[in-house]
Design a protein around this ligand. Structure first.
Ligand code: B3K
Ligand code: ZN
Length: 844
């Protein structure tokens, strides 16, 4: 397979100022007539090359004259004499056979599109690259009964009936030039939840969320989030919506979360539909975050887009940062930050430490679909956050204002963004740019010396080698730190923002009479691993006294990691957990007292000791559970609200109650099982019901089987809830989990739907204990699944195989078994380039 390189970038040879598309829609055969005006870009004599994949070309004209040119491979190459031309193609495609869910496909009786990154070429012949911006007009025609609703980007300008009403049509135009990856169309039997939003300049926007009629009431939370995010972007970034309508469609079959198509977002229904009976608090939060994220793309992604796909983090890192800020403003900022850091560490740090490590701006790829990663998204957001920290709120806002003003309507690069930040703030970001080029997580080593009344902090930074990048240079990173007085518990002076630029930085702090306690990387100001041989007593101190809630959480986590990574007594940790449990913010307590996952404990060691980690963690959990038994019961009973509310306070109490339930189960007491089953049966919301089911699924409680069966019966037919039912079983630590998971692949409800695959196979893939069974059966299962999904949906298959790439982190026995499965994948005929790229890089 061909490798695409950033260094090979060249501006497009031909531009396409206008596109007219005419769709004759039907699932078994759709005809697409495309009329492109093309103009030569610069003085050259290169041909016009159009991309096309799985298209049947029925006719082609150039300036109205029939042309017999045929596509070769996935390209249609036309030599044009003049500097402008009108190209018209007619192609046939088969949406019902499109199992990759890229291009135009069928989902639950509807037709919809997904074009990012390179799906538009599966709809019509086109220069499918983000730096070709066009204005679109779209006509679509379909059976009126099967597809009563016809949507596309922009505004509807006309509609009508044909054939005595059997078919109907609609015309849509989008006034804003856009790259083809933002094109969208939907035809279906859908009903809207409607609302309105008045923008800051007083323009009224018609909002609609479209879904199956029965699901309309479950769209209210998404609609509220949409309106809140529209207002938020006006206040915080001065960005106003720019069309008269904003449509969202929820579909059941979708490769990822959602898509920001201009004026017509298409969503995985998992991120739209939410009601208390079927969605957890985490689901509610995810709906709001994804709705906001896609909405924010209207400016960061759509009005200003990417020049090429290597610049993906330009829109994704920035938009994730914006959605994180937004979510932080809706509830507890600290809890949101804890959550974001937890997932960064769980996924992105692992990526940075593995065979597919890449910078937030990669410089080569085989399949761009493999680069929608935690690095590009989440580390990308951390890089933007560091700019925010370095420039301050006002400086950052001046930077984004300049970026919007300078580049509106353009397809630009990460460099353009950094330059806007630099020009607006006057700061030199030369060294900061290394964050865009270097992969790997920097490690910051810390020592604290105290002499007389001077504290000296020595900070060193190194970034380990990653594939293709043996030598790393120091990066510019902002570290927030503070000192605390051990005796009084108070902070000594103000928090400092230290900027590391060299390999070693020394910070000298005068007027510190006694040896202080150091609080470092507060609020996780830089995405680094801090290596600080900090005495347990200091961690205990900070977990109680730090005035930065993230740092308080972090102190307890690090204490837990130290404790769980060693043998011996765990009294300090157990005592600190008890003290935290006595705090007064349920949402914070719930996050802080959770022990690090087995995977995260494994990440700290050179070789992951799968079984020992599990055993040690269970033992410590048991100790913490029994030592504070009464406090856990108090947290459990004291936060069991009778009435349900979707407020931050109520969500925090539910979270603490359910975390307490987990600890109570760890006591091994029968009373806990009884409480869990009662909660399962009597819950008035999904958060409580699934929390109870999940602890039962992880146990040998006699009610386990009955609870799983009852849950299935109650919710069968509701895909997103049944996904949870699959997940709790695949994530169980029970010895029979692999057998149960394999059996579930034969369940009538198991399918190749991406959500279902992730809920079962994806969930098993992160079950460290059971995936990494020493006999390799877990690996074989994962590879079987990858091979079964690959011919159907390669991008989903490639994501499922990620855990196998981590073989270097395991003992030689396991590593050999993992490699054997990767080799088996690589030997498979007709492997997709998605899986090929992941498997070959994993073995390299
Ligand atoms: N931009 C889309 C992701 C498209 C993924 C293509 N493989 C959703 C988002 O990040 O908002
Ligand atoms: Zn995005």
């Amino acid at each position: 397979p061909h490798t695409v390189r950033l260094s090979d970038y060249r501006p497009p040879d031909w531009l396409v100022p206008t596109v007219a598309l005419d769709f004759d829609l039907a699932p078994g055969c759709t005809r697409v007539r495309a009329t492109l005006t093309v103009t030569r870009n610069g003085a050259h004599d290169r041909p016009l090359v159009l991309d096309g994949q799985e298209l049947r070309l029925l006719s082609l004209t150039v300036d109205g004259v029939a042309d017999a040119t045929q596509p070769v491979g996935e390209h249609l190459t036309l030599r044009l004499a003049g500097d402008t031309a009108v190209i018209e193609t007619l192609v046939e495609i088969v949406p019902s056979a499109n199992t990759r869910l890229m291009g135009l496909y069928a989902s639950g009786g509807n037709l919809c599109t997904q074009c990012e990154a390179e799906g538009f070429r599966r709809i019509t012949f086109f220069p499918d690259r983000p730096d070709v911006l066009s204005t679109y007009s779209v006509r679509m025609k379909a059976d009126a009964r099967a597809y009563p609703v016809l949507l596309a980007n922009g505004n509807m300008v006309a509609r009508g009936d044909d054939d005595g009403g059997d078919t109907h049509w609609a015309e849509w135009t989008d006034p804003w030039p856009k790259p083809c990856y933002l094109f969208a169309l939907v035809a279906g039997d859908l009903q809207p939840l409607r609302d309105r939003f008045t923008t800051m300049s007083g323009r009224e926007v018609q909002l609609a969320i479209w879904t199956a009629a029965a699901d309309v009431p479950r769209c209210a939370h998404a609609m509220a989030a949409l309106k809140t995010s529209m207002a938020w972007d006006e206040v915080h970034y001065g960005r106003e919506y720019d069309l008269d309508v904003f449509n969202i469609v929820a579909v059941a079959d979708f490769n990822f979360g959602a898509m920001e198509n201009k004026g017509l977002n298409v969503f995985n229904s998992k991120y739209i539909l939410a009601d208390p009976e079927t969605a957890t608090d985490a689901d509610f939060d995810a709906v709001a975050a994804v709705v906001a994220h896609e909405y924010f793309h209207n400016w960061t992604g759509n009005r200003i887009t990417c020049r090429d796909w290597f610049q993906l983090s330009l829109k994704e890192g920035l938009t994730v940062f914006r959605d994180q800020q937004f979510s932080g403003d809706q509830g507890s900022r600290a809890v949101r930050r804890i959550d974001d850091v937890r997932s960064l560490r769980a996924v992105q740090f692992q990526e940075d430490a593995g065979p597919t490590a890449h910078p937030i701006r990669p410089d080569h790829y085989i399949e761009i679909g493999n680069f929608y990663t935690a690095t590009v998204y989440n580390k990308g957001a951390e890089v933007i956050r560091m700019l925010y920290t370095l420039l301050g709120e006002a400086g950052f806002r001046a930077g984004t204002d300049l970026y919007f003003e300078r580049h509106d309507g353009q397809a630009v690069t990460c460099e353009d963004f950094v330059r806007a930040m630099e020009d607006a703030s006057g700061r030199d970001l030369t060294q900061f740019r290394r964050w865009y080029e270097q992969a790997g997580t920097p490690r910051v080593g810390v020592t604290l010396a105290h002499e007389g009344s001077t504290a000296t902090i020595t900070l060193t930074q190194t970034t380990p080698p990653t594939p293709g990048q043996p030598i790393k240079l120091p990066v510019h990173l902002p570290l927030r730190l503070a000192l605390f007085d051990r005796a009084s518990g108070a902070r000594i002076g103000d928090e400092r923002l230290v900027e590391l630029t060299e390999a070693t930085t020394t910070v000298v702090i005068p007027d510190v009479p006694t040896r202080p306690v150091l609080s470092l990387n507060r609020d996780f100001s830089a995405p680094v691993i801090v290596e600080h041989a900090c005495p347990a007593a200091d961690r205990v101190f900070l977990s109680a006294h730090d005035d930065d809630p993230f740092a308080r959480y972090e102190a307890l986590q690090q204490l837990a990691l130290d404790t769980l990574s060693a043998e011996g007594p765990c009294d300090d940790l157990v005592a600190a957990l008890g003290a935290t449990l006595g705090g007064d913010d349920p949402a914070f307590i719930a996050e802080a007292v959770l022990l690090p996952t087995e995977a995260f404990i494994g990440d700290q060691a050179a070789v992951v000791a799968v079984d020992a980690i599990h055993a040690r963690r269970e033992a410590v959990r048991h100790a913490a559970a029994t030592a504070h038994r009464d406090a856990w019961w108090a947290a459990y009973r004291g936060n069991a609200d009778a009435a349900y509310a979707q407020t931050p306070e109520a969500k925090g109490r539910r979270r603490l109650k359910n975390v307490a339930l987990g600890y109570l189960m760890a006591t091994g007491e029968r009373e806990a099982e009884v409480a869990a089953y009662a909660q399962f049966e009597n819950a008035n919301n999904m958060t409580d019901r699934i929390a109870a089911l999940s602890v039962l699924a992880n146990s040998d409680a006699p009610e386990r089987t009955a609870a799983l069966a009852a849950f299935y019966d109650r919710f069968k037919g509701d895909a997103s809830v049944i996904d949870k039912w699959f997940s709790v079983q695949a994530m169980s630590s029970r010895a029979d989990t692999l057998a149960a998971t394999i059996a579930l692949t034969r369940h009538p409800d198991f399918s190749h739907n991406p959500n279902r695959l992730r809920s079962l196979v994806g969930a098993f893939g992160v079950n460290q204990l059971r995936l990494h069974a020493a006999d390799g059966a877990g690996y074989a299962f994962l590879a079987d699944q990858v091979l079964s999904v690959d011919p159907v949906n390669p991008s989903t298959a490639a994501r499922l195989m990620t855990p196998l790439g981590r073989w270097r982190r395991f003992d030689e026995g396991r590593a050999a078994l993992m490699r054997a499965q990767l080799q088996r994948l690589l030997k498979t005929p007709r492997l997709s380039k998605d899986v090929f790229e992941m498997a070959s890089k994993s073995l390299a």
